[in-house]
Design a protein around this ligand. Structure first.
Ligand SMILES: C[S@@+](CC[C@H](N)C(=O)[O-])C[C@H]1O[C@@H](n2cnc3c(N)ncnc32)[C@H](O)[C@@H]1O
Length: 226
């Protein structure tokens, strides 16, 4: 399936970062680079998804979150921009997956109880994604967005030091070099939390909620379609 062309600077970053060369190592790298917090954050996403039966995961990548959702007895559909990441997920994932972009979803109106994403918000046109979430969600459905945030205070120095180490690691593991060299700036310059909240409010979502985790290094924004 061909992916529609959309002009958004986040797409260029996503295309540079996620490649055939690093698809197979993604699951291990995200676990190690977040000191295992990825697993805890994904559990929080699942809590926010709640009792929803059918879940669409945007930017599902290699299917880490999708497989956790499947285990909780949900019907899961995943979509991602990067074919090689979807390919890396195929063997073990019991979810229907498609290649495509989160801004133009190939699904019918009101076809899901929840739409969730992890580490996608900083790469996308959030207003368009929120509009699409509204369209594909049933009334009462929930939208859940998770991504990294740049912490303040003491944690900020530790966070900066962590990325300095990752940058060095990128010199050895060349398939991750570009990610480890550029991800920190992308996170620092992203105001995805405010943009998501404002897009959700303006589209008419209610109960817009924002929570921070692990000393402000990640956040989850969730909301309900009335
Ligand atoms: C860091 S990976 C996260 C994968 C997965 N969500 C997880 O938590 O492990 C980011 C993913 O976002 C995808 N992505 C970026 N922009 C996208 C877009 N506009 N539409 C769909 N997927 C996108 C990339 O292809 C990549 O697989």
């Amino acid at each position: 399936m061909s992916v529609p062309m959309l002009v958004h600077e986040g797409h260029a970053s996503a295309r540079r970062f996620f490649t055939r060369a690093n698809a197979r190592s993604y699951n291990s790298v995200v676990r190690v680079a977040t000191f295992g917090q990825d697993f805890a954050w994904k559990h929080e996403i699942i809590n926010a998804v709640g009792s929803s039966k059918s879940v669409l995961e945007l930017a599902c990548g290699t299917g880490v979150l999708s497989s956790m959702l499947v285990v909780t007895d949900k019907t899961v559909v995943g979509i991602d921009l990067t074919f090689e990441y979807l390919q890396a997920s195929r063997r073990e994932l019991h979810a229907v997956i498609a290649q495509g972009t989160a801004e133009v979803l190939p699904y019918r109106n009101e076809s899901f109880d929840a739409v969730a994403s992890s580490y996608m918000a900083k790469y996308v046109d959030l207003q368009r994604v929120v509009d699409e979430c509204w369209r594909v969600l049933r009334p009462g459905g929930v939208a859940v967005f998770h991504d990294f945030t740049y912490p303040s205070g003491v944690t900020r120095s530790l966070w900066d030091a962590h990325f300095a180490v990752l940058r060095l690691a990128g010199r050895l593991v060349t398939s991750w070099r570009m990610v480890f060299e550029q991800l920190d700036d992308l996170i620092k310059n992203s105001d995805w939390i405010d943009q998501t909240k404002s897009a959700l409010h303006s589209r008419g979502f209610r109960n817009v909620d924002c929570r921070y985790y692990t000393a402000g290094t990640a956040g989850i924004v969730s909301a309900e379609k009335p």
